[in-house]
Write a protein of this length. Sequence first.
Length: 334
Amino acid sequence: MATLQDIATRVGVSQPVVSKVLNGGTVVGCNASPATRTRILAAARELGYRRDLAAAATRSRRFGSIALVLSTANAYRSSLPSEMIAAITDALEQAEMHLSLARLSDAALTDERQVPRLLRYLGADGLLVNYNRCVPTGMDALIKDCRIPAIWLNDKRPHDAVYPDDFDAGRWATQMLIERGHRRIVYLSHTLIEQPTHYSETDRLAGYEQAMADVGLASQAITTLTSPQRMAWLMEHLAGGDRPSGFVCYSSKQASEVLHAAAKLGLDCPRDFALITFGGAPMEHVGLHLTGMCVPNEEVGRRGVRMLIQAIEHPGQRLAAQGIAFQADEGRTI
C-alpha cells in the first residue's frame, strides 16, 4: 500500500502537508496552494493510497461509524422508509462517517453482555435506535448504563430523540377542514385495542380533538371498530341526511374505506364530503390524489444523524428531543 511519504515524495512536499490535505484539514503555516492540494489528491489516487482506518481509530478513539439498531420482531417496530435511510446515509457521508446495520432480537437488546459487544463488533461510536414501539423492558437503562451515545428515531420521548410531530399534524389537518367550513368532522382510526401503541396513534387523535375543541365543535372519533365494522358504520352514516362533511383518517387504509363506502352510495369526494389522511409521498388511490399530511422521514433521518454526532462529541450531555413538522400535500380530496 502507498504511504503518506510515497505521496509526499511524488509531489515534493512534506509528509505533514500530505496528511493534513488527505484528512480534510487546513494547511496552516505551509505554503500549500490550491494547485498543490490538487496534485496531492491526484497522486493519492494514482498510487492507490487508502487511509488506515484502524490506525486513525486507535489515535482518535473513534471509528467514524454509527450503528442503526433495528428489531427482528416485526416490520412495524422498526419501520424504515427508504427516504429516511437515504437521508441518514447522505448525512453520514457529509460527515465522512459510515453506517452499520444491526438487527437484534429483544433478548439481545436487553442482555448486558450484548450491547457492549455490539459496539466492538460493529466498530460504532454511537447508536441510532429505530425501535419505536413495544420497547423491551430494560433496554433504555442498559444503553444508559453502558454510556453509549444513542438517539431514538420516530419515538416520542423528552430527550435524545427525533420524531414526526403527529400532534401538530393532527391539529393542522383538522384545521384545514374547519377553515373550509366543515363542522361535522369525523376522525377515523384503525382498531385501537388494549396494547402498547405507537405515539402517532394517540397524538394524531389528540391533535384532532384539540382543533375541534378550539372552535367549540363536538369531536367524533371512531377508534375501536374493526375494518368490517367501520365499513358498516360508514355505509349507515354516509347514507343519512346528517352525514359527516369531513374525515380525518389515520392512514390511507381508512381513507380507502371511506372512498369505497362512498362509491357504493354514489357519493363523490370532494363534492359531497372532504377527506384528509397521513402518509409519505403523494398517494394515489382509486384514481384520486388524496390530500395528505406527509411524514417528514427525510428530515427525521438527517436530524437524527446531527444529534448523534453532537452526542458523540459531548458524551453524557442529554439533548432535548426534537419534533419535526409535517408538510401538507393539498391533493384533490378537500
